[in-house]
Design a protein around this ligand. Structure first.
Ligand code: UDP
Length: 337
């Protein structure tokens, strides 16, 4: 298939591009490079030996996006483009809603007009809100206790896609609810390149290990978890990327959601130890008060994706730390180096 990959220069998009190319698909990247780098696409071309056309446009800018896509042929879309910083979304709600919702509305309109009926959407376990139980399956309630516009925008996008499908029954859409993506391509050539101070645990730890930051702040150690620190389901980004391709290749008319997670929880201190082992560097840390909006434990039940997509994670937290370290140590300033 010829796949329009929005946000294809970003962290998840670039790894997904590589796996799509490895599976014999063609990729057209659409990105506005507001939070990503052309260098990522160049390195995907280098790793794959394939050419990857790039459309530089903000998908939320409807007129420009329609013009930029006018001559672009594609059979399916994977929609990864969007803003994703939780704290920033609280400070800039209208920007988050505009970018994250308008981009989906534009894409759906283009797809309908062209008769392109296959869509994979980057959603998030954040749609589950306050966990009513752990591990969470796809039947878990959604939209209850969401604490920030980023999370609401994922929830609203899921609803927009369901409504679009109700009005256009040929549409086949897969909502992929990511748990905590970490790691990098094992080559160390592509990886996560956050702008500014990383919000997420793994990139922050990687920057401590490489000496860009001094110490990690551990957000709370009195949660009801084995060591008191927050527990999450970390999924290697290459496993996540393979999940997109598995979903794409099995799309049928209708809307279906899948958890992409490992089913295994790891604490903040588990991640610290695993990264120290992988890098051979100490990760000094201080325990500080919990971060507002954080919950004790978020872990996927990935059984539905395992069965219906014939997909499962094959890479461990240790693998993710090794690959993150390969990326971070070779690219201490990310793509800007
Ligand atoms: N965390 C931390 N220090 C940091 C960043 C994150 O202790 O600098 C913790 C956070 O409280 C949570 C876990 O690490 O328990 C994963 O946080 P992250 O922001 O990576 O992902 P989230 O699960 O919040 O989406």
């Amino acid at each position: 298939m010829r796949v329009l990959l929005t946000g294809g220069a970003g962290y998840i998009g670039s790894h997904t591009a590589l796996v799509l190319l490895d599976h014999g698909h063609e990729v057209v990247v659409l990105d506005d490079f507001s939070n990503s780098s052309r260098e990522a696409v160049r390195r995907v071309e280098e790793l794959s030996g394939s050419r990857v056309p790039v459309i530089e446009v903000d998908l939320a800018d409807r007129e420009r996006a329609l013009a930029a896509l006018a001559d672009v042929e594609f059979d399916a879309a994977i929609h990864c483009a969007g803003l994703k910083a939780v704290g920033e979304s609280v400070a800039q709600p209208s920007r988050y809603y505009r970018v994250n919702l308008d981009s989906t509305l534009t894409l759906l309109d283009v797809m309908r007009e062209r008769g392109v009926s296959k869509l994979v959407f980057s959603s998030s376990a954040t749609v589950y809100g306050d966990p009513a139980y752990v591990p969470q399956d796809e039947q878990h309630q959604v939209g209850v206790g969401l604490t920030n516009p980023y999370g609401w925008s994922k929830f609203m996008n899921e609803q927009i896609i369901r409504d679009a499908q109700a009005a256009w029954p040929e549409l086949g859409a897969v909502l992929l609810r990511y748990f905590n993506p970490v790691g990098a391509h094992p080559s160390g050539r592509i990886g996560e390149d956050p702008s500014g101070i990383p919000n997420n645990l793994m990139p922050f730890i990687a920057q401590v290990a490489v000496g860009v930051r001094e110490r990690l702040s551990v957000f709370g150690d009195t949660y009801p978890t084995p060591d008191g620190t927050g527990v999450r389901d970390y999924i290697h980004v290459m496993d996540l990327a393979e999940g997109h391709v598995a979903a794409l290749e099995r799309i049928e008319a209708g809307v279906v959601s899948y958890n992409l997670g490992s089913g295994t929880g790891s604490s903040v201190l588990d991640v610290v130890s695993a990264f120290e082992a992988a890098s051979g560097r100490p990760i000094p840390y201080d325990v500080v008060p919990p971060r507002p909006g954080d919950v004790a434990e978020v872990v996927a039940n990935p059984a539905k994706a395992n069965t219906e997509l014939d997909w499962r994670t094959t890479r461990s937290l240790a693998d993710a730390c090794r690959d993150t370290w390969a990326w971070q140590s070779a690219n201490p300033s990310g793509y800007g180096a």
